[in-house]
Design a protein around this ligand. Structure first.
Ligand SMILES: Cc1cc2nc3c(=O)[nH]c(=O)nc-3n(C[C@H](O)[C@H](O)[C@H](O)COP(=O)(O)OP(=O)(O)OC[C@H]3O[C@@H](n4cnc5c(N)ncnc54)[C@H](O)[C@@H]3O)c2cc1C
Length: 402
């Protein structure tokens, strides 16, 4: 049996999943509504657990070439100016061939995966195919899409929805997106100002502050000259235009990183963050993965990573089914492994990471920072912290779930 798989959405999760499935000999059609993947700053931090998977797919060299290796990350107390904890991934050298996080922007990963997918004779990418409806009719799934030439229907044996947080596929299987959206907005911007050179900040640095926390990341940028991303909450009710005005952004940056000259700001945008997990990751022959199945705030860089882990798990399941026939236990295992671990690790840790940054209660705040300090200072705890933060532990745990 050669399963015909339709994957909806060529973001990082859909593109990598399509490549993985095609390499397993499955017949893959990847449908993408847009003409290209948006370059608005989103995922970049790619953890060791995911880098190992990208190595399996033969794209690791290109991903490393276009990314920025970040062997350490820091937690600062912005109020006292103290470095609370520095974590060093090189301590995972005996656990993974990639003892670091790689800052590789998600649009680069999408392009690398799609370029490789184009070489697979059993895969095709159809752009400007916006999926509008999905119907399951026995063993067949009908996928309806809108194209510039009008409506068309594609038949599949299995469908995987990697169509992002507003997933049409998730809605088609009636799966509730359980959880909440943070009431506050978040401001993201980029600047070429070199925070490492001027302040000694690591490529990934978090600054806890009950009034206004900030997360700082360096990515390679398209020209590989490096650019810093700054994310912090908007604390006022002012309109997006006002909070994104040059004056407001300069003031925001100066508040965090005082200096005499103005910062050069290249990108500015408003984000909403959510903590949501779909009630079900599958109905019949239709699955959801990545942001279609779960969303979280970006503290810790886990959304895209865990989405790619979903895609690799689904690949193993569908490749096995293509060779040995339908196995309901195996189909159910997807939900058991991926949904439970998302809640247990990704949702829990990203919520905790955000709380550590914003906590207002002085006692709880001190306890959070002391926890981080203790984890960094004790060699065993340091390693445990990194195994969890890099999602190596969650991938290993998933393999134990039957
Ligand atoms: C500021 C920020 C920083 C982040 N940083 C990190 C990080 O460092 N590390 C990390 O792991 N995660 C991070 N994340 C989360 C990460 O960006 C997402 O988890 C990731 O983009 C999810 O990928 P995806 O492929 O599931 O969905 P998306 O990236 O949303 O891609 C979905 C794709 O589906 C297409 N599509 C949508 N609807 C349809 C349709 N009906 N038909 C056809 N195609 C459709 C879209 O055009 C798009 O191409 C961050 C998020 C934000 C906002």
């Amino acid at each position: 049996m050669n399963s015909r798989i339709v994957i909806v959405g060529a973001g990082p999760v859909g593109a990598v999943t399509a490549l993985a499935m095609a390499q397993q000999g499955l017949e893959v059609t990847l449908l993408e509504a847009d003409t290209h993947y948006d370059e608005k700053p989103r995922a970049a931090t790619t953890h060791a657990s995911t880098l190992e998977m990208l190595a399996e797919l033969g794209i690791i060299d290109e991903v490393l070439r276009q990314g920025l290796v970040s062997p350490r990350f820091q937690h600062w107390d912005r109020v006292s100016g103290e470095l609370v904890a520095e974590f060093d991934y090189t301590r995972l050298a005996d656990e993974t061939p990639y003892p670091y996080a790689l800052q590789c922007e998600s649009h680069k990963l999408v392009n690398i995966a799609l370029e490789r997918l184009a070489r697979q004779p059993n895969a095709r990418l159809l752009r400007q195919h916006e999926v509008t409806a999905i119907d399951q009719l026995g063993k067949r799934v009908e996928v309806r899409c809108m194209t510039p030439e009008g409506e068309t229907t594609i038949l599949a044996d299995f469908v995987v929805g990697t169509d992002g947080a507003r997933s049409v596929v998730r809605k088609s299987i009636g799966s509730e997106f359980e959880g909440y959206t943070f009431p506050e907005r978040f401001i993201g911007m980029t600047t070429p100002f070199d925070f490492e050179q001027h302040y000694g900040y690591a490529n990934r640095s978090y600054f806890a502050d009950p009034d206004r926390w900030v997360a700082l990341f360096k990515v390679a940028d398209n020209d590989m000259r490096g650019i810093w991303r700054v994310i912090s909450p908007a604390t006022s009710d002012e309109s997006d235009d006002v909070v994104l005005s040059e004056a407001a952004l300069q003031q925001r940056l100066q508040h965090f990183f005082p200096r005499e000259a103005a910062f050069e700001i290249r990108y500015r945008g408003v984000y909403r963050f959510h903590q949501r997990v779909a009630a079900s990751f599958r109905k019949g022959r239709v699955f959801i993965a990545g942001d279609a199945a779960h969303v979280n705030n970006p503290a810790g860089g886990m959304g895209m990573n865990s989405g790619i882990h979903d895609g690799m798990e689904l690949t193993r399941i569908l490749a096995h089914i293509a060779r040995h026939g339908i196995d309901e236990t195996l189909l159910d295992r997807y939900q058991r492994r991926r949904r439970e671990l998302n809640i247990e690790v990704v949702q829990r840790d990203t919520v905790l990471n955000k709380r550590r940054l914003e906590e207002r209660d002085p006692q709880i705040r001190r306890a959070h920072l002391d926890d981080l300090r203790r984890s960094a200072d004790d060699p065993l705890a340091h390693k445990q912290f990194l195994l969890r933060a890099s999602l190596i532990e969650s991938v290993r745990k998933a393999q134990q779930i039957a």
